[in-house]
Design a protein around this ligand. Sequence first.
Ligand code: PLP
Length: 455
Amino acid sequence: MSPLSNLAVRDIETVLHPYTNLDKHRQTGPLVLERGKGIYVYDSTGKQYIEGMAGLWCTSLGYGNEELVEAAAEQMRRISFTHLFAGKSHDPAIELAEKLKAIAPNDASKVFFVSSGSEANDTQVKMIWYINNALGRPNKKKIISRHRGYHGVTIASASLTGLPANHADFDLPLPGILHTDAPHPYRSRQDGESDADLATRLADSLEAMILREGPETVAAFIAEPVMGAGGVIIPPATYYEKVQAVLARYDILYIDDEVICGFGRLGTMFGAEAFGIRPNSVSVAKALSSAYQPIGAVIVDEGMYQAMVEESRKIGTFGHGYTYSGHPVAAAVACKTLDIYERDNILGQVNRVSPTFLKRLTALGDHPLVGEARGMGLIGALEIVADKATRRSFDPKSAVAAKIAALAEEEGLIVRAAFGDIVALCPPLIISEDEIGEMFDRLTRALDRAEAWVS
Ligand code: PLP
């Protein structure tokens, strides 16, 4: 192993890393990234990588976008901070709320700003509880999420998340947060079962859970249109139609987590549009500012808003909000990001290049290590298996997807190993067809090297 650089040694001595094997990190050290341009990032030795994950599913306009830099600088010069507490306001927050209301996939009434996806979903949980108290139904508080769903890491949002590592030894999930099945055709389809049959079985299972718990105790359902961190899981056709029919029968609100799918990732402005989802409330973050600033939002419908108005009248305030809710610099950058999406027709760009992305992705389905290659728009995944015919996984201790990610890094490509031995891809939306070709060439080399490694 090469001796650790000075930066690496300083990192190990000082930085506590999120989502990292803290013990292993002491030996391997960090990958220190220093600069970026377009879809490329460069490490401290000058080596170039394609950012095949758009950071953490977020840098949709890529790196070094001068218009976004200028939007931040201009707002900092004008007024670097002011807040939204106690009725104060500012231009960028008002403008951003108007823009979000105009494009949101729900019947949008008001926008509540946060700084991250976790804060958005934590806020969703608190709003749902608050609203049901306002409506005089204090027992209707449970929230149903899904196994493998990812909704963040704060206490309530980590509880909504349906991944083992986010619960184990954190004493989570909180009581009253339940998980129904993941709509994962590759892993859950029974012999001869059609998409429609699988969707019906999943919706029936959701309904059985609601009836078991008592519909009068279940307040809301939360889902990502396409699950991201849980392994880029694309539900079977008719799934959301059937889920929404179940929710409607029991007066259960629909929370749509668009933190990854929002702003063009699937080729539609929101994932909800791609699947015919009609949510009550929507969470957004990440690509809202192309990750140039930390900002997210919860967009609620009129019914939710009116209940909150009522309850705040009773209590004297809506007692929730973060110092940085609607931070003016973040809001100004988000406004500029949404302007660029519109001016540059980002949806047109995604729909132009995604056939090439999906063609190269699907071709990797023939690779001996790949059980399934799946994708939609500009998000995709390879499900790694030991045996293609039986879909048998490798022993999780072998961590083959993590090995592929490490080899890809050597080849100059950043991808991510997701739960379930899955390699995820989510490049910046501005990627060109040639760059997609280069990305898959690098990934193919990593897969071939991994095949030699496992055999
Ligand atoms: N929701 C979804 C769908 C996500 O993918 C994420 C993060 O990856 C979150 C919520 C949490 O966002 P954050 O990491 O900004 O707290």
